[in-house]
Design a protein. Structure first.
Length: 96
């Protein structure tokens, strides 16, 4: 499980049956546990609804050869919850 700052969102997404596509150390030693889901996260809506701590920040990466993702990173614990980047994943559901 991800840190306490992201765990409520993680539990909610899993409870809705959204498929988890990856869990682990994603990019570097600066990442602890990153969890990827088969959806597009509506960052603005989720930020308002979830009332994250100030150190939980938006992460948007529009890569060309190394993946495209958008989600939330806890800068304190180095955990993250990621969905697909909205520009490349029109077929996946939007999670609000």
């Amino acid at each position: 499980m991800v840190c306490e700052h992201l765990s409520a969102l993680e539990r909610e997404i899993l409870a809705r049956g959204i498929k988890e596509t990856y869990r682990g150390q994603a990019w570097s030693d600066n990442c602890r546990e990153w969890v990827y889901f088969e959806c597009v996260l509506d960052l603005d809506t989720l930020r308002t609804r979830c009332d994250f701590a100030p150190f939980v920040v938006d992460h948007i990466h529009r890569g060309t050869h190394d993946g495209a993702e958008a989600g939330f990173v806890c800068d304190q614990c180095h955990d993250a919850i990621m969905g697909a980047h909205p520009d490349v994943s029109a077929r996946w559901p939007i999670y609000k």
